[in-house]
Design a protein around this ligand. Structure first.
Ligand code: PLP
Length: 397
């Protein structure tokens, strides 16, 4: 099969960084690809298609109902809008004007992160006001209780490797406090494998990305209490219109969920393990390199290889190695969001067959080249960060 990227003039990147929107989110599973292709040319009654999606979401999550959205980010906005309007169609059309509605949404300060855009902006887009709870690394039940007023429409909780990973309120406690005050809890679980856990823990709505681990087309999923989900769906008559999902997105998610039910999870895990083992043995004994297998921080059944780079021994910094891996004929994009700490990760869950060997070869290639360099390859990290910031503004050039 020819690589469409070549036809389009795109670089043939290998993704070792995770399910990144900037890299096209995921390798869409074959069943979803076929379903999307088949539905694109057919008239489709969307509310029926979303009804079928609801049944599928119910089956996999244990929720009373579900619907498909354009993205998890859209789901955050729709869920917050729904918390304010319920099924009041006039109020739905009035948003983002929230006059007369409860319009405050509480969220822990340590959860106000960016996944490429700010979580709290997704809340504000609905017209709601964000009320932060606690401090970045310290939030308590009493602070949540104190932040809830008679204007509070919902409480948002984010599950992610992005959030502060200590000093936060446990989800169970968060739900208890919110529910005691009659406030529903919305959980952003965009990147999580577990489709049942958060509803079981007490969430009223749980939001997922359809295009991360599920391997669907770009989309989002809302699952939860029936009236709340219905109020989310009704936002398509209001602020949701500009973030609508097409038939291909809805049908694609249904197919991705069906594929998820029958996926050989153990087989995939074993394949990922073989990639990790290969990379670890490739790096073993290299001066200045330490490679350790690191479990996923939010307990997804997934490990990554953490590659620590000591420039003294390796003759290159972690960020220069990451940048060089991303160049050339066979670019490999590594997970480098914490590279200032002198390490990056190799994520094995988005590889095509045999790409792990290319990754191993590229590591060897770049580390050998660095060793041969007469001067240490250690660029100024501060300038790298500023250059990245500047590069954002270069598009479309
Ligand atoms: C990826 C992500 C999102 C956004 O998901 P999209 O479906 O890409 O919009 C929201 N929240 C968290 C925690 C994420 O990781």
């Amino acid at each position: 099969m020819t690589d469409i990227r070549k036809t389009l003039g795109l670089r043939p990147v290998i993704n070792c960084s995770g399910t990144m929107t900037s890299l096209g989110a995921s390798i869409v599973v074959p069943h979803a690809v076929e379903t999307v292709t088949a539905i694109l040319s057919q008239w489709t009654e969307i509310s029926d298609l979303q009804r079928i999606a609801s049944r599928t979401i119910e089956r996999l999550t244990g929720a009373e109902a579900g619907c498909v959205t354009a993205s998890c980010s859209a789901a955050v906005t729709l869920a917050c809008a729904a918390a304010m309007t319920g099924k009041d169609l006039a109020a739905i059309e009035r948003l983002p004007d929230t006059t007369g509605l409860k319009d405050e949404i509480v969220i822990q300060t340590g959860h106000m992160v960016s996944y490429g855009a700010p979580v709290e902006q997704g809340i504000r887009l609905s017209g709601a006001k964000v009320v932060p709870v606690g401090q970045a690394t310290s939030a308590h039940a009493y602070q949540l209780a104190g932040a809830i007023t008679d204007k509070t429409a919902a409480a948002v909780y984010v599950i992610s490797h992005h959030v502060v990973d200590y000093g936060q309120i446990a989800l169970e406690t968060f739900c208890e406090v919110a529910h005691e005050k009659g406030v529903p809890v919305i959980v952003d679980a965009a990147s999580e494998y577990d489709l049942e856990k958060f509803l079981k823990t007490g969430a009223d709505l749980v939001l997922y990305s359809g295009h991360k681990f599920l391997g669907g087309p770009t989309s989002g999923i809302i699952a939860g209490e029936k009236n709340f989900v219905a109020a989310c769906y009704l936002q398509n008559r209001g602020v949701g219109r500009g973030m609508k999902v097409g038939k291909e997105g809805v049908a694609g998610v249904i197919a991705a969920l069906e594929a998820w039910e029958t996926r050989d999870h153990a087989g995939i895990r074993a394949r990922e393990q073989r990639a990790l083992d290969l990379w670890q043995s490739t790096l073993e004994g290299r001066d200045g390199i330490t490679a350790i297998i690191d479990p996923d921080p939010t307990d997804n059944p997934l490990d990554r290889l953490k590659v620590l780079v000591d420039p003294e021994g390796a003759n290159i910094s972690a960020w220069d190695l990451a940048d060089r891996m991303a160049q050339g004929e066979r670019p490999v994009i590594v997970r480098d969001h914490e590279v200032e700490h002198n390490y990056f990760y190799l994520d094995p869950c988005n590889l095509h067959p045999d790409e792990e060997f290319v990754v191993a070869e590229r590591l060897t290639e770049e580390l050998d080249a660095a060793r041969k360099s007469n001067t240490p390859i250690v660029s100024d990290l501060r300038l790298r960060v500023l250059a990245q910031e500047k590069a954002i503004l270069n598009w479309p050039d």
